[in-house]
Design a protein around this ligand. Structure first.
Ligand SMILES: Cc1cc2c(cc1C)N(C[C@H](O)[C@H](O)[C@H](O)COP(=O)(O)O)c1[nH]c(=O)[nH]c(=O)c1N2
Length: 226
């Protein structure tokens, strides 16, 4: 390999730090706007994502209007009441104490959509696994999330909304699928642990419990962390 194709140890360390220290952020947003050049870099990172058949099925809808943010927040409130009712007792109490969106506080919201028919009905790589265009769009979302972290921008994914509300509020026509509604902005700090871990909702699983080696149709647990 050409020397200049390699990542230096410092570059590698920065990438792993970005992955490790990316957080889902939906609180403590500062009012500072996201500069256009920063947003352009973050969106370019999204657009650099892999996609099935090189379909690039995404669009990025930038939302700054407070009326739209309020409408999305109202949709969240409706959905969240339904979601909260799925839990009982202490769990329900804990659920209600969680801050699960930052739709009004974030200076900018981003909706990432997937246009499934962008290249017609037949797409290289999608014929036998029809969700691949959706997954490609999720790859773009993760790129955005990581690039934003490298730009010191917090990003939170808000999925507690009915899809029909997203279609209506953002005027997204039916063949296009809203994949992610993200709240984005500068924050005063990044938490070291996920909120859901810190609040005791769920523990982080051990990597070694999740890795298996395949051996002639059998699976064997294979510790990797050494
Ligand atoms: C597809 C999808 C959808 C959602 C999320 C994530 C993803 C991947 N997460 C964030 C989620 O809770 C968070 O990623 C995990 O708790 C781990 O925390 P970190 O992202 O590592 O900080 C999330 N969080 C939240 O507060 N409200 C939400 O609606 C959602 N929805």
């Amino acid at each position: 390999m050409m020397e200049e194709d390699n990542f230096s140890p410092e570059e590698r360390a920065a990438i792993y730090r970005c992955i490790r220290e990316r957080r889902d952020v939906r609180r403590n947003f500062l009012p500072d706007p996201v500069p256009p050049d920063v947003l352009a870099r973050v969106l370019a990172a999204g657009h650099a994502a892999p996609s099935v058949g090189f379909l690039q099925p995404w669009n990025f809808i930038v939302i700054r209007e407070s009326a739209t943010k309020e409408a999305l927040h109202a949709a969240f409130t409706r959905a969240n009441a339904e979601a909260a009712a799925m839990f009982e007792g202490e769990r329900a109490e804990l659920y209600r104490s969680l801050k699960l969106e930052g739709l009004r506080e974030a200076p900018l919201l981003l909706c990432v959509t997937c246009e499934r028919e962008r290249a017609g009905p037949v797409v290289l790589g999608r014929t036998h696994q029809s969700e691949m265009d959706i997954y490609s769009t999720v790859c773009a979302v993760e790129n955005i999330w990581l690039a934003a972290r490298a730009e010191n921008l917090g990003v939170g994914w808000v999925s507690i909304l009915a899809l029909a509300d997203l279609h209506r509020i953002l005027a997204i026509p039916d063949p296009i699928v809203p994949i992610a509604l993200l709240c984005m902005g500068y924050v005063d700090h990044f938490a070291h642990k996920p909120d859901l871990e810190r609040t005791g909702w769920r523990k982080r699983l051990a990597l070694d419990d999740l890795v298996f080696e395949e051996r002639f149709g059998e699976r064997e647990k294979t510790p990797v962390s050494g």
